[in-house]
Design a protein around this ligand. Structure first.
Ligand SMILES: [Zn+2]
Length: 647
């Protein structure tokens, strides 16, 4: 067993637990092979507190092992029947509006099947028609549990009493999907992709960030930025992506359904929640002190393995980047056979020696795509000098190898076409195989494929049925309504994913967007100089093709503009305003609407781009000072009302 050395943060947290053990004793607890009941209980309390405060000391699996051992030793210990408490901010606790329980866990198909049998049994006890039993599956977010009653945001605490962390909303924390307030239980989470790209250098794990969002002390500036950019959100459970269906549907396609839900959100998850939605059954089954009987969490332990690399294959992506794909000796991980893993980039292949015969440590968290954790044994890497698809000479662009052939590289062309249809997402006939064939017939542009509506794909060697099907699908893809941001994202411009497309289209129409300058774009919240430059350049590159395709008359629904013009003569027209605190004149929502109708833009949090901060009651001095530091004009509600009535 290895030695556990506590760091400063961990010691500070353990001190708050008021244990009978000193921190050195606690340290030793983790190195012992045998524990008394008391020692084991202390170990669990400590591990839980450290985990929840973002400074974990042992892996989840080990915690669960200790817990199950503890359960065998002392099944009636009160620790087991209480909800594992969230930690530990130094402020008083308040009763929660509604009890927040934790969830019973299952680790296998068999256990889930047994649980569904209990649901069926409960249904039959109350004469509930079995055929009407509905199950719901949602991702189990791995964030910081909280409860929003519309005015206050609470921590889960011990499940009955929590702490007031409404300051997280005052700091600009948004509700996921703009789902609104007062939706009850949820989690404070941070986007995985954002964490990896922006914050992983500065923070050890996403728990540190969740802790910073709610901390009483001054908020870290990088965390504030993540909040401002919408990367951190409060995600109410009721707004989550979900699967619904019958028990037999779930059991007959268990792995596929679970894998799909596991990858449904860009947030860390540590399992899936499976529950019945039928109120009568829920009421009949009830809850233990610790969890609801009508709900269960399906979990998969992280598994890692050391695997030998058979070969590293270069693959040209849509953008011209060459991805190194390591082919592996097939290995079982969390229930699936893994035979390949993508290496970040060729710089890593070169630096770490990912070559034929190298040994990699790969890890699979739950049901997500496996990742390389480290290179255990290096081998001579092979760095390609030409594009595997078009033979162009490759060039380095920071850490990546790039195929510079933007006009005539088959892989880039095919992947661009595949990306288009995949992003539109309203028909499914244009997958990689069909696209490869069409490309083989010389079709390189999206509009060229649409021209086939007239010639019915004849002369391409497709069967009559396939040809008809493809024609029908092309027509359908134009007729079925799609959001304009999705349509724009389908062109695959770098840094123009769905989220950024929607943000831009809230300010400019899709055709105007092609004439927006970098200077204009950086004025929009969330677009820094470098992104704006890349987007403007990317739009210019696809301009011709975009307008050819746009001219084909797709059925686009237009993204609503943030500020509809019409009141441009008001004193606040064109200004970016943030409202904070409770207002006298009406609800904050009403005031925001009114401001928009007067031509202002309304932000959720103060940034350097904010013009005015309107303060209602109960606004902290810190917040006002912070706004002033950013050069924002701070006015009271009364002053604001004066301002808009002058006109
Ligand atoms: Zn190429």
């Amino acid at each position: 067993m290895s030695n556990y050395k506590l760091n400063e943060n961990q010691i500070a947290i353990i001190d708050k637990l008021n244990l009978e053990f000193g921190s050195t004793d606690v340290e030793n607890l983790f190195s012992l092979n045998d524990h008394s009941v008391k020692e084991l209980e202390t170990l669990l309390k400590v591990a839980n507190a450290l985990y929840r405060s973002g400074h974990p000391i042992i892996e989840d699996k080990m915690y669960d092992d200790y817990l199950s051992y503890f359960r065998d030793l002392d099944p009636d210990n009160p620790f087991l029947s209480n909800v594992e408490p969230e930690v530990l901010i130094d402020s008083k606790t308040v009763p929660l509006p509604q009890k927040m329980l934790s969830t019973d866990k299952a680790y296998s198909f068999e256990e889930i099947k047994k649980w569904t049998e209990r649901i069926i049994k409960a249904a039959s006890e109350i004469n509930f028609d079995q055929k009407l039993i509905e199950l719901k599956i949602t991702p189990k977010l791995d964030g910081y549990a909280a409860y929003d009653d519309g005015t206050t945001l609470y921590t889960r605490g011990d499940g009955t009493r929590g702490q007031d962390i409404t300051r997280a909303f005052q700091r600009g924390l948004q509700v996921a999907k703009n789902a609104g307030r007062a939706l009850g239980p949820g989690e404070i989470v941070i986007k995985k992709s954002y964490f990896d790209e922006v914050l992983s250098d500065k923070f050890e794990n996403s728990r540190n960030i969740q802790a910073a969002i709610i901390a009483e002390k001054k908020i870290d500036k990088d965390v504030q930025k993540a909040i401002d950019e919408g990367a951190c959100v409060f995600y109410p459970f009721s707004a989550l992506e979900k699967w619904t269906g019958s028990i037999s549907e779930l059991l007959s396609d268990f792995e596929n359904i679970l894998e799909k839900m596991w990858n449904a959100v860009d947030y860390d998850i540590d399992g899936l929640i499976i529950e019945t939605t039928n109120e009568q059954i829920k009421e009949h089954m009830g809850a233990t002190r610790k969890f609801h009987r009508w709900q269960i969490a399906f979990k998969v332990n992280d598994e890692s393995a050391q695997v030998e690399v058979l070969d590293v294959i270069p693959q040209t992506s849509r953008t011209g980047r060459i991805s190194p794909v390591a082919e592996l000796v097939p290995t079982k991980l969390s229930g699936a056979t893994i035979s390949r893993v993508t290496v970040h980039h060729y710089q890593m292949v070169k630096d770490k020696g990912v070559g034929k015969g190298a040994i990699l440590q790969i890890v699979r968290s739950g049901l997500v795509i496996p990742k390389i954790e480290k290179v255990i044994e290096a081998a001579e890497p092979q760095i390609p000098s030409t594009c595997p698809s078009c033979n162009s000479h490759l060039i380095w662009e920071s850490d990546h190898l790039i195929c510079p052939n933007k006009t005539d590289c088959p892989a880039q062309t095919e992947n661009t076409l595949i990306h288009f249809f995949k992003t539109l997402g309203n028909v499914d006939g244009f997958g990689p195989k069909i696209i490869e064939k069409l490309h083989g017939f010389g079709m390189k542009r999206i509009h060229e494929i649409y021209e086939c509506i007239d010639n019915q794909f004849t002369g391409f060697g497709f069967g009559e049925k396939t040809a008809k099907n493809l024609t029908d699908q092309l027509i359908a893809s134009k007729t079925i309504e799609i959001e304009d941001w999705r349509f724009l994202a389908a062109f695959g411009v770098s840094r123009l994913g769905a989220g950024n497309c929607e943000k831009l289209l809230q300010h400019h129409s899709i055709t105007e967007l092609f004439d927006v300058s970098v200077e204009e774009m950086v004025k929009i919240d969330g677009f820094a100089q470098l992104s704006a430059e890349a987007i403007v350049e990317g739009l210019a590159n696809v301009r011709d093709e975009f307008f050819k395709v746009y001219g084909l008359d797709f059925n686009l629904s237009v993204t609503p503009k943030l500020s509809e013009v019409g009141s441009s003569d008001s004193a606040i027209a064109g200004k970016l305003i943030v409202f904070t605190g409770s207002m006298q004149q009406g609800s904050r929502g009403d005031m925001e609407k009114q401001a928009k109708s007067l031509g202002a833009k309304v932000g959720k949090s103060v940034s350097g781009k904010t013009d005015l901060l309107v303060t209602g009651e109960k606004v902290g001095e810190n917040k006002i000072n912070a706004a002033r530091e950013k050069g924002v004009e701070v006015i009271t509600e009364a002053e604001y009302l004066d301002l808009i009535s002058i006109i």
